[in-house]
Design a protein. Structure first.
Length: 236
């Protein structure tokens, strides 16, 4: 009987992993990409992902055990759970536990509010009075709870504070990759490359109105230094 082969082999197109591979506006070989500072998995993992049809940027930057982001829709807006944590001021792990451990619906998990009093202050706008965090998840809100709180403390008109877009929108947790140093990847991947906790980077951005690249530079990290350190490690 002829050997029919493994039907699972049909899923792989190994030609995708050969020659020059284009990502982030650059073209490199598979080996070169596996040594790039943005690569978070092994050469073989990148090769297999490419053969399976992954976009090169994802094949290079997605962590091995990274799960698809949890997404929820509330009043017509869809964000990842991390995005809703940023928007509402409720800690990510608090929201996650309420939903995954306590069995709450997403709406109930949001309604319970954040710990502490910073985002619980009552704000009157559009003829209603609600806690500040509830305005941040309102369909009319165009900024996060942190930004809204800063505006209210600065004396902004509440309705204007709620609806006005930030000068530069922070996309942390929204499911969108963040750009810095000519690359785009998730906050968690940036944190892993820089060896700086994601919360530290986020706080620097929020509290000082910095871009991601500005925040990383202010924390004394650039990819060039990382590349130099990696090269020195290879030579030792």
């Amino acid at each position: 009987m002829a050997n029919m082969g493994n039907p699972r082999d049909d899923r792989y197109d190994w030609e995708r992993a050969r020659g020059l591979i284009s990502a982030f506006g650059e073209s490199k070989t598979l080996t070169a990409w596996s040594r790039d500072w943005r690569c978070v998995v092994s050469r073989e993992a990148v090769r297999t992902r490419l053969a399976l049809g992954w976009a090169p940027e994802d094949a290079i930057t997605r962590a091995k055990h990274e799960k698809p982001p949890l997404e929820f829709t509330y009043y017509g807006r869809t964000l990842t759970l991390r995005g809703w944590a940023e928007q509402s001021g409720i800690k990510y792990h608090t929201l996650y536990k309420r939903i995954a451990k306590s069995g709450m619906t997403f709406a109930d998990a949001l309604a319970k509010g954040p710990d502490g009093s910073d985002f619980m202050v009552e704000v009157t706008a559009f003829g209603e009075t609600r806690p500040l965090y509830r305005w941040a998840v309102d369909a009319r809100a165009n900024c996060s709870t942190t930004t809204l709180r800063k505006r209210i403390l600065a004396g902004w008109d509440p309705e204007q504070a709620i609806i006005e877009e930030p000068d530069s929108r922070n996309t942390l947790g929204s499911g969108e990759p963040l750009a810095a140093f000519g690359a785009r990847m998730s906050l968690e991947d940036w944190a892993r490359h820089a060896h700086i906790p994601a919360a530290t980077i986020k706080n620097r951005m929020d509290n000082h109105d910095l871009t991601l690249e500005e925040a990383l530079r202010s924390l004394c990290w650039t990819p060039n230094q990382s590349d130099t350190d990696a090269a020195q490690s290879d030579l030792s």
